[in-house]
Design a binder for this molecule. Structure first.
Ligand SMILES: [Ca+2]
Length: 361
């Protein structure tokens, strides 16, 4: 290779390297985001917002362009304010009194005269206005529980204790049982094969509903015969389930509780479980008693008492003394049942040797 050729090759390589470095820089400069934003209305606060429920949040927005046709404020999908050909600073008093707790999107949408639009989307967290009142669970009496039961659902119906189990080792251990509380004997049972990992159970009318962990099926049984009637499909995970006499209420391991129509399994509403700091996640087995939801929290020796209207955590029930006595070589605290006949609560855990009648004080 002669010297001229070498120079040409080096020059080509250098220009390629320069082009590779320079072109993206030029590009990003010509589409500079700050330039675009000056044409739009934006929230004047940085990042996201959090407030206690009941507060009125003064929102302000900056507008500094003549090309804006309108600015609209959305809370989730609902339009809550509109400004036509706005100038200067805009204001909106966002009243959170009638909101439920949780994390929601607020979106400031700018539409230009040429039809282009721009969305400034932020998160608004509505927190509880109370600290949960602490309670403590105390053992009144103990009953036998089969240590092979990976307890996922526990509920009384007409004095009979129903238990639903899961199957972490895919051995076909998912069962629904009618049991005798006094001696732990099984009165009737039905099982699923190892393809299904049973989760929470609840009884509404003559039907028993059983969730599955990741299989997206809710199985429906006749509560007396335990014969399967039908199944529903749903998205995501199934953890705990209870009912308020009208709706099924379902947890999925997050802070969300989904209310579902028992005839169709369609969602009728969702709430988010929140305290004064933020969301309470890993909500597991549930029990609905006198207008409140009692919830195990996976991996915690604690039961939350939740307001089903707002999602507010009303009480934290410390169950550490129950776990200390009951866990043994078993797994976590899980299983809450309330017997309406004697107005008593019963707790157990996965693979625990006992079920405990308890008092909360
Ligand atoms: Ca229960």
């Amino acid at each position: 290779m002669n010297r001229t050729k070498q120079i040409i090759i080096v020059a080509i390589i250098l220009s390629l390297v320069l082009a590779y470095v320079l072109i993206p820089l030029l590009k990003s400069d010509s589409s500079n985001e700050d330039l675009d934003k000056s044409f739009m209305a934006r929230f004047s606060f940085e990042k996201n917002l959090a407030t206690q429920i009941g507060n009125v949040i003064p929102l302000t927005f900056k507008v500094n362009n003549d090309d804006i046709l309108k600015v609209e404020l959305f809370f989730q999908d609902s339009l809550i304010d509109t400004w036509k050909k706005p100038k200067g600073e805009l204001k909106h008093q966002l009243n959170s009194t009638n909101f439920n707790l949780g994390s929601y999107q607020i979106n400031l949408k700018t539409t230009l005269k040429n039809g282009d639009d721009f969305n400034d989307v932020r998160l608004l967290r509505i927190l509880s206005d109370i600290s949960p009142v602490p309670l403590k669970a105390r053992i009144i009496k103990s009953y036998p529980h089969n240590v092979s039961h990976f307890t996922q659902g526990l509920e009384f119906d007409n004095g009979i204790l129903f238990e639903g189990t899961g199957d972490p080792n895919k051995l076909g251990a998912t069962k629904i049982m009618q049991t005798n509380l006094q001696n732990g004997s099984i009165l009737k049972e039905i099982g699923l094969n190892g393809d299904y990992f049973g989760e929470g159970i609840t009884i509404l009318g003559n039907k028993l509903y059983q969730l599955t962990y990741t299989e997206g099926k809710c199985f429906v049984y006749d509560k007396n015969s335990l014969q399967m009637i039908k199944d529903f499909s749903y998205n995501g995970e199934g953890w705990g389930i209870c009912n308020d006499g009208k709706n099924l209420i379902v947890s999925n391991g997050t802070e969300y509780l989904t209310f579902r129509n028992p005839e169709t399994f369609q969602t009728t509403k969702t709430i988010q479980v929140y305290d004064q700091v933020g969301p309470r996640v890993r909500i597991n087995e549930l029990e609905y008693v006198d207008g409140k939801i009692y919830a195990n929290v996976w991996m915690l020796d604690m039961i939350l008492v939740i307001d089903p209207t707002t999602g507010k955590v009303l009480n934290e029930i410390d169950c550490s003394e129950i776990t200390k006595v009951g866990k043994g070589s078993g797994d976590v605290l899980n299983g809450i049942a309330y017997n309406t006949a004697n107005k008593k609560f019963y707790l157990t855990g996965k693979y625990w040797a006992n079920i405990y009648e308890v008092e909360f004080e």
